[in-house]
Design a protein around this ligand. Structure first.
Ligand code: A2P
Length: 344
């Protein structure tokens, strides 16, 4: 049993926050005191955790006095304002937002990949972008055996990436469309029911949207390869909570599909689903609620010369490994000084 002191969950009423305390129960983490923080709107609400009724408190400047660790999942604005306040109070922050990810003094960590980057942290640790984590979980083990020279990725991202309200919008919009009622997008910028659209983050001068930029820049930081060539196209699809990604890789040396399958079948946090006969490959519905990222459609890219190209398809639960689970694993690393793998 891993013992944690005082832990605050910031954004405790949101999609990721809820998963954080569910994971504490599931992973036998013993928290001396759990503090649930959200906006004034939710203050006073009761939430049951481990058979205890806990009252949600409003996040204020005083919330972090005596708190050892805080997991923030309440958006970039809240993190920018309150993470430095928490840090000044002596609390170690694990931040799910993009506020600090690219800062030089903030480690950006996926525990299966770069737990060593936690050494010498300055009080704030960033959890990477969800699509980045899911992609890196399958690219990293291959990269260890044969350096990856280029990544081209296209994503099919679930509504959950935009929070609990977006997940609800997917359900209600779908019902409204089926009922023939008029629908008007409120949370997401376009119709999500029976539709898909380019990820609704701002597009920069280079033509890439912010989500695509995150996948490129964060992967380079996590892999410690600052000039790794990566291109990404990020798309929102009408799926509740697991992201899917089509990944095309170029390696320094030839790599066969069989070799890649073998490497990925022993990679922690990865499960190969590649049943050609049954036509059964990763699906977001099977990745939902799972810790593992599912990978399949592993095949040689016939367009690349010399057997140096591979195609993969991966699905990962955006709320779990893409956010809450990765944050809880970082917490475990901080407390035990090592990555607790579910593979003993
Ligand atoms: P609240 O429910 O009180 O609005 P999601 O990502 O699912 O949309 O969840 C966002 C989380 O962040 C919720 O728990 C939400 O609390 C919380 N949150 C949003 N704005 C603030 C704020 N200004 N201060 C504290 N918590 C906030």
């Amino acid at each position: 049993m891993v013992k944690i002191g005082y832990l605050a969950v910031v954004g405790a009423t949101g999609a990721v926050g809820k998963e954080v305390y569910a994971l504490l129960e599931q992973r036998s983490l013993s928290v001396e005191k759990l503090i649930l923080l959200a906006s004034a709107r939710s203050a006073g609400q009761t939430i049951k955790v481990n058979d205890h009724d806990l009252i949600v408190e409003e996040l204020t400047d005083e919330s972090f006095q005596g708190v050892d660790y805080a997991i923030f999942s309440a958006g970039g604005g809240v993190s920018k304002k309150f993470a430095p306040i928490a840090k000044a109070a002596g609390c170690v922050v694990i931040d799910n937002s993009s506020a600090f990810r690219m800062a030089d003094d903030v480690p950006l960590v996926v525990p299966e990949i770069n737990p060593g980057d936690l050494d010498g942290h300055q009080g704030i640790i960033a959890n990477p972008n969800c699509s980045t984590i899911i992609m890196n979980m399958v690219v990293w083990p291959l990269h260890q055996q044969n350096p990856v020279k280029r990544i081209a990725v296209s994503t099919y991202q679930a509504a959950s990436g935009a929070g609990e309200a977006a997940m609800r919008e997917l359900t209600t919009q779908t019902a409204d469309v089926l009922a023939g009622w008029p629908v008007e997008p409120k949370v997401l910028s376009h119709l999500i029911a029976f539709n898909l659209f380019s990820h609704d983050t701002p597009i920069g001068e280079d033509g890439y949207n912010q989500e695509e930029r995150k996948m490129i820049e964060e992967t380079r930081k996590i892999f410690h390869v600052p000039d790794l060539p990566i291109t990404a196209t990020c798309v929102r699809v009408p799926i509740p909570r697991a992201h899917s990604e089509s990944i095309n890789l170029t390696f320094a040396n030839p790599m066969s599909a069989k070799e890649a399958r073998e490497i990925l079948s022993t990679a922690p946090g990865v499960r190969v689903i590649d049943d050609v006969v049954a036509n059964h490959f990763p699906m977001p519905i099977e990745a939902s609620g799972q810790d593992d990222c599912l990978v399949g459609r592993i095949r040689q890219d016939v367009s690349q010369p010399g057997g140096c190209g591979l195609e993969l398809f991966v699905c990962g639960d955006q709320i779990r490994k893409g956010a809450a689970l990765n944050a809880v694993q970082i917490l475990e690393c901080l407390i035990t000084g090592g990555y607790i793998s579910k593979y003993p």
